[in-house]
Structure formats: C-alpha cells, structure tokens
Design a protein around this ligand. Sequence first.
Ligand code: B3K
Ligand code: ZN
Length: 866
Amino acid sequence: PPLIRLEEYRPSDYLIDRVDLDIRLDPHAARIDATLALRPNPAGVAGAPLNLDGDDLRLVSAALDGAPLSPDAYTVSPAGLSLLTPPRQPFSLRLVTEIDPTANTKLMGLYRSNGVYCTQCEADGFRRITYFLDRPDVMAVYTTRIEADRTEAPVLLGNGNRIEAGPVGADRHFAVWHDPHPKPAYLFALVGGRLGKVETQFTTAEGRAVTCAVYVEPGKESRADYALDAVIRSMQWDETAFGRAYDLDVFNVVAVSDFNMGAMENKGLNIFNDKYVLASPETATDGDYAAIEAIIAHEYFHNWSGNRVTCRDWFQLCLKEGLTVFRDQEFSSDMRSRPVHRIAEVRSLRARQFPEDAGPLRHPVRPRAYAEINNFYTATVYDKGAEIVRMLRTLIGAPAFRAGMDRYFADNDGRAATVEDFLAAFTAVTGRDLTDFARWYERPGTPRLSVTGRYDPQAARYTLRLAQSLPGEGGQDGAPLVIPVALGLVGSAGPLEAATSAQVREGVFVLDRSEAEIVFGGVTEEPVPSVLRDFSAPVRLDLALTDAQRMRLLAQDSDPFNRWQAAQDVALRLILKPDAGRMEAFAEALGRFLDGEALADPAFAALVLALPSEGEAADALPADVDPDAIHQARVALRADLGRSLRPRLERIDAALAPVPGAPYSPDAASAGRRALRNAALDLIAAGDPAAGAAWAAERLAGATNMTDRLAALATLALIPGETREAALADFAARYADEPLVLDKWFAIQAQIPEAGTLERITRLQDHPAFTLTNPNRVRALIGSFAFGNPTQFARPDGAGFACVARTVAALDPTNPQVAARLLTAFGSWRRLEKSRSAKAAEMLNGIKAIRGLSRDTADILARTLE
Ligand code: B3K
Ligand code: ZN
C-alpha cells in the first residue's frame, strides 16, 4: 500500500468554518444533509481543486452557494468528491448523502450496535458519513440536527449542548446540538437509541454547572454508577492537577456493545465500549473497576489534551495519546497506590511495547510514514509516548513541568499542534534546549543501559559507569538519547544517605552522552546500586548483581519499584536458568519479605509474588525462543515456591479472609487484599495441584464477588480434571445472559496451556454467545489465545497459528481494523526457534495469498514479513 509521509505534510488548500448537519436516522437509508461553510486557506495553494474525502457514500445531491452543481463541475470517485474550480472567496457547499448504518460492519462512521445508532470517526470515519476535509487540521463549528423514529431512538445525543428538541409528525422527533468549540471531524459523534441513564451535576471551578450522564442499555443503569463517579473525580482532578476545567453544559458518556477499541473522546459525547463502563460486584473484577476509572479519565482528559488542543496531522498522534496516557496514569496513581500503579504501568509497557519495539512492527513514537493510520494506535505511541512525557517531568522537575503544560494549553488552545509546539512550551518556561531530548520521538527501539560499579574502600568512594546503546536505523545516526537515571546506593541497613555525588541531583543523573562515570563520596561500606528507580526511563537495564545483592534491594531499598524489580530479576534468572540452591535462597528471602510486610501492603506483596510472565522471559532471550521450555521452567519455579512458602501463604490466606457479610468495595486497599489472597491461593495450587483444585473449587462456591470468583476459576483452569470442567460449566450457566462475563470465561479457557485448548476453542466458536461480529467476543476468545497463550499459539505443529490466521482471514472482509490488530500477534515470530518460525511464516504467507485483503491487514502483514 502507498505510504503517507510526515515530510510531505502541507496545509489544506481549503478550510471549513462551519458545518450544519441534518441527519435522518434510518436502519438502512440514513440521510445526511450537510452544509459546509468553506473558504480558501491563505496558507494553501490558491485556485487548487477541492478534494473532499469520502468512503462508501451514496451522493444524492450537491449544490454550490444554493445552486445545484453542474455535472462537469465535480467528479466523484470511491475516494471522494472533487470540485474542479472552487470559488476564490468563501462559499457554501450543500451535499446530501445516504448510507446504510446496519450494513456498516467496519464499525467506522455511523453504525448500529444492538439497535443503537452510534458513530466512530477517529481516525478517518467521518468521510463515511459525508464528504469532507477529513484531516485534523481542518477545524469547524458544528450544528447537528438529528431526526429519528421516536420508538426506535427516543434518546438523541450529539456534540456540545442541546439547543432545541421536539416532535416531527406523530412518529418521529428531533434534537439539535450545537458545539461552540471548533473541532476536527474525527471528534464528531452522534447517538440515537433506547437507552437508560444515570446523571448528576458538577460545578466547575469556573462556576459552570455541568450535567454529567452515563447512558447504557435500559435495565443496566445501576452498573453505570461507578463510571459516573469516575467522571466526577476526573473533572475534579484535572482542575487541581492541571488547572483544566470542563467547557460545556453537558458531558455525556454512552456505552455500546460493538466497538473496535476501548472508548472515544468525541467532544462532549464520549462513546465507550460497554466493557469499560458497566460494573457491578457480581459482574466486574477489581481490574475492571480500575480499567473503567482509567479509561473514563483518559477520555475525559482528552477534552484538553486532544480536543481543545488537537493534532496537526496523524503523525502527531502521541501529542494527544502519549500525553493523555501520562495524565490518566497520574490520575490513577493519585486515586490508588502510586508505587503499585507504577509497577502495573511498567509491566504493561514491557508486555506490549518492548516486544513491539524489538520486532518488525517497531516504529518511532512519532512515525514518519504510514500506510494505514489506524494501525498506529500502538503501545509505542501510547505507552512509550507517556514515558517520554514522564521523563520530561523528571528532567525539568514537577513545578516547571506544570508551568510548561499551562503554557502549552495557553499557546495552543483551539489549534492543531505538533510535538515541536509541545516541546517549545517547556523551552519557553525553562529556557532549556530540548533538541537532544526530542530524539526520543524519532528513534525506534528500546535503548540498553549498561551499568557497572566499583568500590574503593580506602577512599570511601563508589564509581558507577553508565553506557547507553541504541543502534540507529534507516539512515538515522546513533546519537545518544537524554536518559534520566534515578539512582541511589543501598547499604546493609538501608539507603546510604551520606553517600553523595555532585552529578546526581534530587536522586537523578542525566545521561546525555554515550557513557559517563558518576563518583559518590562518603561511601563507608560496599553498597548495592539501585539504578533506574521508579523506572525513570523506558530502557533495558544491564546491571550484573548477585542474587544476594538483589535481595538486599528487596529488603532495604527505599524505592518500591526497585524492590519489586529486584525480586523480578532473581525470578527471571531462575526461569531462564533453573538452580535449586538459588531457588531456595530466593524462597527464603520472599518468606522474610512476606512475614515482614505482606499484610501492611498487600497490593505490593501481590505484585512481588507475581513472577515475570512467559512473554517477558521470551523477550529477555536473544533468539530461538522455545515457549514450551519457558513455560515448563516457570511452572516448576512456581511449584517450588508454592511448596516452600506454603505455611506463609496459608497464613496470608487466613489473615485476609473477608469478613462474612461485608459489602464489596472496589477501592484500592480492598482490591489489594483480594489480590494478595488470590495470589497466595494460586501459588499454593502451583505447588500442590490436588489440594489447590479442591481449595479453589471451595473458594469459587463461596465467592461473593466476580474478583474472587474469577481468580478461583483462573487457578482451577490450570489444573486439568473434572473439578475444572464442572466449574467452567457452572460458570457458563450462571452467566448465560451476561456477554461481558462470558468474555472472561472465553478468555480463561483460551489461555489454558494445554494441547487440548485448540479443540476447546473450536468448540467455543460454536457457543451461542460467540460471534465474529462483536469485537469483544473476538478479542476474548481468539485474542486471548493469540496474545495470552504462548505455548499453544506457537504450537510446533502450526495449528495455533493456523487458528488465528483463519480468524484474521474470516474477519478481514467485515472488520479490517480488528482483523489487523489480531494479526499483530505474529509480531515476534522471527524470534521463535526455527521449526515454529517456519510454521508462522507459512501461515503469514497463506494470508498474503488472499485476494482483496484490506489495507489494514495488508499493511500489518507486509511489515510483519519484511
Ligand atoms: N482516540 C481513541 C482511539 C481511536 C482509535 C482509532 N482507530 C481513543 C483514545 O485513545 O482515547
Ligand atoms: Zn486516547
């Protein structure tokens, strides 16, 4: 597919100031009557043809300044409508188009989900509603009249504020919505359907009264309370943390069940995958509650970082996404435990972004070229993008960071901005040149940071040598990155506060050359260096420490992240290179840790007990990955630890047992207690499957919330036998009418690391609740298998790859976005040992042979095979 390149960006030749839409909803023939107020862009080419984007539209009529367009004045193609010689002064274009929302299986543009009309326009779905300059630097003020059948769509929602509503004849009605804030087309939205709601009032710091509502399927209103509460907390938090207040009289969130991703930040009308809205103790886990809180916040925060200040072009995607992820991570850290949240962020970065950065789909945080922009909503743009913002704050300090953010919002409000505009705001408030730092946006790959230490007892001096490496590629130089390295020294009784270095400020050394030495004075005993505290930069750290040194960090370091990391490092080495003696010493150290503080911070302890994943172990190997070997080593380590720690784990289990009759609360402290107790059970079961199965079955029977029930089921799922099958059947019967809960059931089974799983998946594809048309179902069953079952996906016989390849092929014609995303599961295929990688290549080439592949899938495929 042809590439669109950043260096070829040029301003639009025309601008659109106002858009008036009159939309008549109809299941098969929705009619869009659009009047666009256009004018030549002084920054564009005078007299150029006007090329409006269009996709899958039927043009009914076209008029220029009130007069029908003559047929020789314009051309229509599958890609859009061109006006050959547009006026040189402002003009209006009225275009009537017709579309079929029911036939829209791509879930881009206007479509129907369970009978509810909804839209998804980012990145380029608006062109599936009407002909338009569908690019983010064209910003207009929208007025939208929506008309629909009264019974089919009693609720009609649009962007902005509702300014009018009323009946149309006996059966139909209308509503007019006006959004005073100029916005790009990707933020347009409308909803029409039968929906229930919960709502509340919020008064902003500026004194604006805002009605906030969450709309859901009728009957599920009580499951929307938590999301509504998260909206209010997000509004409050953005005012205090960033000085950003809401700017409309209403803020609406709508949950729909067919959605290609998590949610969408349309101005004043966020549309959500219902998975990230609906929650009750009976149907949602602690993890679901946390995800709802984070995504509600994320979409709300986009109101400033994305909507008020939007992106000039899609190459700048990280400008809104990386920044908004950073903002939602800060929010969640404030709502919950900051260190625990930081560990969760890094785990997810390592699980998704590191492999992406190490494989054929790697790209800079700001890509320079794309064939299909929807394939660039990646962990790199989002999560590494957030890490860059975090590093910037570490470099300049929190007060300057806040001043720079204020400056960025002030200077770019109402504009479509670039990464350069973002950095310029921080340069403006600090006087600091950020040119070198900006390389983080340009350089793909995860840098390696190698650190060695040397102690000189005579001089009471400790020297750390740091070196960074990240080979340049594609004609880039390998110039060093600016890496903030938070570090300190830890003695036998805790951090060595007296050891100091002039090169380390507020615990941070800035490595801006290839290598550097830091000298600490006043070091009275041989220390253990604690490097990359709080994961201060997205790098891979090479620091050779002994297990004993790492265990000192676990016991003594002041930085919770590195305490956790130390245990992870020991465990990872034990997975890659099993050793009975070292395992025993590790178990003892973990035992001491658990005795000392597990009950004081259960959420943290649960993370210490969660060993590195199989994926992380694979990622640590240079090549020739054998997922079975990793799996077996990890199972063996968990079994050993489960047996060694058994008495402690049982004590934890008893100490954290819920008070009978106590109501469920999703707060972080309660969730942490559940997490640790369930981790303890899981480890006990790893060491003693027979006892574990019985115990888990009992826990399942007595569970009073979905968190405990699902945790017990997940433990049980790893232990083959009657008990497991009975529990799975029971769970399915109990939640037969709850698609989102059945997704959990699909996912647990798809991840069973056994040869029989493939057959189970084939059976489950015929389950009445499964359908290829719903992205959540596909992700739950096939996605969980492809991304969460390394041994079975990469079966040596290729059958796992084949199953996913078949799904990609089956889905591509109807929903290319979801198909392409699923295909990214093959991203690490070249790192597998030869027989497996050969099978993967075979499957990929099989997909390649299919005629008429979508651009989405063809793009991922081409890059994966490159
Ligand atoms: N901005 C949307 C993602 C749109 C994805 C388009 N393929 C949700 C978000 O990141 O907040
Ligand atoms: Zn976002």
